[in-house]
Ligand binder design. Structure first.
Ligand code: MCN
Ligand code: CUN
Length: 795
């Protein structure tokens, strides 16, 4: 056996390693670009029936009577189910991931427009939809609570009359930091700035809406559920608890997912309806919602009304930050955040700055709107936190007459402060902030831009430059601090190396477009020297993968990525013992290089991982006490979150005649530690920046005073297209995570988190000549125009 100079295909002519190799194409794209992806709606089973859901036209009403007889008489209808029927079986309510309950089908009242009231199972999708129109529901309209500020008024109608003893719409108060210390810092400050800031309700709006195919086998008692889920294992346990079925009788399959963005973390009534439909009819049942249903009923994002306050010295040293938030959770508290974090990770609102004190209070309330709250690349509400801090830091710069970059540079945490414990108890693992901001300034040509702005201003043109700097916290666990409904946030991972040295990696996380089949193969390739193409990544099927909590909060790389590296190292440890036997040297005389164990000091003697795999499974002897095979399994419990950071600079021009904002340039410098696949990272960042342009300039789920959703189609809910976004200018720095085995931090939500404040800061900067200090998102032409006219904004 001689040593091969291992380089995976495509790497032969360079010294690149599997990790960090820039041109490693995505393995999954072979099927996507040929139209061979398999989504839930592509699942077609023999005898499959179709389910459609009747939704409430009213935001708040008592259900007086439901007459389903005409629908039942429809020749193609197999079943019509109401909340009352579910209630008889104890299935009318289901637990939410936040520990609340949510109606599967309304029984007593409807609580938001679009709420599920009844469902029909029919021979085809059209018949199911037609039959919905034959269901006659008599509603007694109730006063809707739409404005979150009104929800807490003593005379506000109580929405959750189903909860025993509930006499108001209050959900929780959550506090963090030290109120008194913060008050002292504010009292000692030269300058205090406060600002009311609204982060509007938005929607992740993935291309693929939610759906499920349920197939309950009455003979075996096994339920198979194909569903649009970001967390197959967690969902399975919830179904087990609701349906009283053992977990091994439930198989949850998440096939290809056409975008999740957090909207596919919650369990929706539609999934449960599909299961009930299949159990009732004994046939497979498909439910796929349409675009309007998705926009009005599945998990929204944000809806935080924030008051931010910042205290500083006259020369620009930030002393403290304080905030009070009113959080609109809709009719059911169904946000998906770790149990001990009812406001998600909003506690990182102190951002990237060295402060003396901080305090936040979040008050969450019920309103007659759709449930949700944690979605749209939010990193568990860090989007809201970063927007708050980056807006008030800009307000402070304005108040002090300082350049926003100078103010940030003066207050950013210093590299020697890491690991840094924030005033609200988060331990930032690593960071080196100033070079990241300097790099963004260099790419942007910041000082020249300021000169150009001055010249344009003199000519009456409206040009703005906006900066944001963010620190994220991604990769939930560890399990002792973080769980979802009692399920600890750690991830299983299994690796099997076959006799020929090919491998199968089984993951508990679930890709929705992030390219896991490629990047996780790269991690194992790096650790074991097996080419990425020889490593199959299996995920999204509870029968085929070990238990774990799923993909959201950019936790896949920090948690499952670490698990993949460590499970590969476990195999390598065993391989080393086998190699010592094969080479007849002691383990201490071996060194690992490029996919092979080499005898130290003798370049001619080595065995590759493939040689070792064959020996592990082969007929030859293995060292004393060693079992055959080359498989390993792990359950990785992260020590801490990872804390990526980034510096963004945006340049906008505003048409003084129409108030239309154009994003002229956008510079994004991200630091996600060790970069596994630079091309995929770039794609993640580009997508998140486009999200940011959408939220900053056009996206909002609005309601009229009766609670009618005004964003129920893409005519009303605007998404950015290639026309509205500039050519992104990206850069990066690398500050590895000290506790992650390969130093990687998450990246999947960074750009969505970091970009909205940069854009809004740029627009407000452009509007400075008008004396404008803040405009709430979305910065549509009409809002900007109103602000330019000095008219107050809509609440
Ligand atoms: N990556 C890398 N090097 C790093 C970090 C990440 O190469 N240092 C790669 C990863 O290996 C992975 C991708 O970048 O292929 C994203 O990794 P990570 O940051 O771990 O995020 P997740 O895989 O956990 O994805 C979740 C995140 C979230 S929470 C939302 S919301 C979001 C996002 O991903 N939804 C998306 N990006 C999305 N991208 C697509 N296409 N579709 C979605 O639904
Ligand atoms: Cu908050 S959206 Mo992502 O965590 O699935």
């Amino acid at each position: 056996m001689t040593a091969v100079d291992f380089r995976p295909p495509g790497f032969e002519n360079n010294d690149q390693k599997p990790i960090g190799y820039g041109r490693m194409l995505r393995k999954e794209d072979a099927r996507f670009i040929r139209g061979k992806g398999r989504y839930v709606d592509d699942v077609r089973l023999p005898g499959m029936l179709h389910l459609a859901i009747l939704r409430s036209p009213l935001a708040h009403a008592r259900i007086v009577r439901i007459d389903t007889s005409a629908a039942e008489a429809h020749p193609k209808v197999k079943a019509v189910v109401t909340g009352a029927m579910l209630a008889e079986r104890g299935l009318a309510w289901m637990p939410t991931l936040a520990g609340d309950v949510q109606a599967v089908l309304a029984t007593d009242k409807v609580r938001f427009q679009g709420q599920e009231v009844a469902f029909v199972v029919a021979e085809d999708r059209y018949a199911a939809r037609d039959a919905l129109e034959l269901i006659d529901v008599e509603y007694e309209p109730l006063d809707p609570v739409i404005d979150v500020r009104r929800a807490l008024a003593p005379d506000a109608p109580v929405i959750r009359t189903d909860l025993e003893g509930k006499t108001d719409n209050h959900i929780f108060d959550w506090e963090t930091g030290d109120a008194e210390e913060t008050e002292r810092a504010f009292a000692s400050a030269d300058v205090v700035v406060s600002q009311d800031i609204v982060y509007p309700r938005v929607h992740p709006a993935p291309l693929e809406t939610c759906g499920a195919v349920a197939d309950y086998d009455r003979v075996s008692g096994k339920l198979t559920l194909w569903s649009t889920t970001q967390a197959p294992h967690a969902h399975r346990t919830l179904y087990a608890l609701v349906a009283g079925l053992p977990e091994h009788k439930i198989r949850v399959i998440a096939p290809d997912i056409g975008g999740g963005f957090g909207g596919k973390v919650p369990i929706y009534p539609g999934y449960v309806c599909a299961i009930v439909g299949s159990m009732l009819t004994g046939r497979p049942v498909k439910w796929v919602e349409d675009r309007s249903e998705n926009l009005i009923s599945t998990g929204f994002a944000r809806d935080y009304i924030m008051r931010g306050e910042i205290a500083a010295t006259r020369d620009g040293k930030i002393l403290a930050i304080r905030t009070h938030v009113l959080a609109d959770h809709g009719a059911f508290n169904a946000q998906a955040a770790p149990s001990k974090y009812p406001a998600g990770f909003f506690g990182v609102f102190t951002g990237s700055y060295d402060l003396q004190a901080a305090y936040a209070k979040v008050t969450a309330v019920y309103t007659n709107k759709a449930p949700g709250g944690v979605a749209y690349a939010c990193s568990f509400r860090i989007t809201e936190a970063v927007y708050l801090v980056e807006r008030i830091v800009d307000r402070l710069a304005d108040e002090l007459g300082m350049d926003p970059v100078e103010l940030r540079l003066k207050n950013l945490l210093k590299p020697e402060q890491f690991p840094y414990k924030t005033k609200t108890g988060w331990v930032y693992d690593s960071g080196n902030y100033e070079p990241t901001l300097r790099k963004a300034m260099e790419i942007a040509g910041y000082h020249e831009l300021r000169k150009e702005q001055a010249e344009r201003r003199a000519r009456g043109e409206l040009m703005g430059i906006g900066v944001s700097f963010f620190t994220e916290a991604v990769g939930a666990g560890p399990r002792k601090h973080m769980d979802i409904l009692g399920l600890g946030m750690n991830d299983g991972c299994e690796l099997r190396v076959h006799p020929t040295g090919k491998a199968v990696l089984r993951l508990s996380v679930q890709t929705q477009g992030q390219g896991h089949e490629t990047t996780f193969a790269q991690i194992v390739a790096e650790e074991l020297g097996i080419p990425p193409d020889d490593i199959e990544v299996v995920h999204g099927d509870t029968d085929q993968t070990p238990f774990g909590l799923g993909t959201y909060g950019s936790r896949s790389t920090p948690v499952s990525g670490a698990a993949a590296a460590l499970v590969a190292r476990r195999i390598r440890d065993k391989a080393k013992i086998i190699a010592s036997g094969m080479l007849e040297v002691s383990v201490a005389d071996l060194e690992w290089r490029k996919g092979a164990f080499h005898v130290k000091g003798d370049p001619t003697r080595a065995v590759t991982i493939q040689d070792i795999a064959m020996r592990a499974h082969g007929a030859g002897d293995l060292p004393e006490g060693l079992e055959g095979g080359l498989d390993a399994q792990i359950c990785y419990n992260p020590e801490n979150l990872t804390y990526p950071h980034g510096a963004y600079i945006c340049v906008v021009d505003i048409d003084p005649g129409t108030a239309k904002v154009k994003v002229r340039r956008f510079v994004a410098v991200d630091d996600c530690g060790t970069r596994i696949n630079p091309m995929i990272i770039e794609g993640q960042v580009h997508g998140g920046l486009a999200d940011g342009v959408g939220m900053a300039l056009m996206e909002m789920i609005a309601f009229d005073e009766d609670g009618n959703c005004l964003g129920a189609s893409f005519m009303d809910y605007l998404l950015p297209t290639a026309l509205e976004v500039p050519d992104w200018e990206t850069g990066y720095t690398v500050t590895p995570s000290p506790h992650h085995p390969i130093g990687a931090k998450g990246i999947g939500e960074s750009a969505t988190v970091g970009s909205p404040p940069a854009i809004v800061n740029a627009v407000v900067d452009a509007l400075k000549p008008f004396g404008i200090r803040h405009v709430d998102m979305p910065l549509t032409p009409s809002r900007v125009w109103e602000a330019m006219q000095g008219r107050p904004q809509p609440p």
